[in-house]
Design a protein around this ligand. Structure first.
Ligand code: CDP
Ligand code: ZN
Length: 198
């Protein structure tokens, strides 16, 4: 019998964009368009009171942030859960509850690094990561290189192990209307001393 020490993990997260509820000021709208299904979507500028938008460990300028207790980085949250899930550990919300003061505005890079430290303590290392961000705006393609670099720095793994891509929701549901952003991540890990038992 051939045994493998490879484990795969999956993570998902969704956050609302911090859109003003009513009477959107026209000056706050920086992009307006129709998607393939002729549905209207808006890209709303960050207002003074809202959080900045963090995605994949980088700051996205000129875009409203997400509603979150932490810094709201939906990409790193889903990736953190993929790492934890692969190693059979508790999920991000259990490790960093969103109803306590100590996790308010907590850095998602920090949470990712903590999860990485925990899987390393169990003897695992990352083989590769694949991330799909679903949102009408921003275009992920434009930030892919920066996000890859940020994740590679945070985890101290090669950039070639990390893949990131963007999709729209084709105008469907809350994500398609530009009200929310969601992200799926998968991660393959392996025991460091990769002994194959036959
Ligand atoms: O063409 P298809 O329906 O597969 O995908 P789409 O959602 O219309 O997006 C077209 C292309 O735009 C994607 O393949 C991505 O390369 C890019 N994209 C992106 O970079 N960031 C997004 N938020 C959405 C799409
Ligand atoms: Zn989250």
């Amino acid at each position: 019998m051939t045994m493998t020490t490879l484990k795969i993990g999956h993570g998902y997260d969704i956050h609302k964009f911090a859109l003003p509820t009513e009477n959107q000021d026209v000056q706050d709208v920086i992009d307006i368009g129709f998607d393939k299904n002729n549905k209207l979507f808006l890209q709303i500028k960050q207002n003074e009171n809202s959080k900045p938008l963090y995605l994949g460990g980088i700051l996205i300028e000129n875009h409203c942030g997400t509603v979150a207790h932490s810094d709201g980085d939906v990409v790193l949250h889903s990736l953190t859960d993929a790492l934890l899930g692969a190693a059979g550990l508790d999920d991000i919300g259990t490790l960093f509850p969103d109803n306590i003061e100590s996790t308010k505005d907590i850095s998602s890079v920090f949470m990712l690094q903590e999860a990485h430290r925990m899987i390393q303590n169990k003897g695992y290392c990352i083989i590769n990561i694949d991330i799909t961000v679903i949102t009408q705006t921003p275009k992920i393609k434009a930030y892919k290189a920066q996000m890859t670099l940020a994740i590679s720095n945070a985890l101290k793994i090669q950039q070639s192990c990390i893949n990131i891509k963007g999709k729209t929701k084709e105008g469907m549901d809350s994500v398609g209307r530009g009200e929310a952003i969601e992200c799926f991540s998968v991660c393959l890990i392996n025991k460091n001393n990769n002994k194959i038992i036959e």
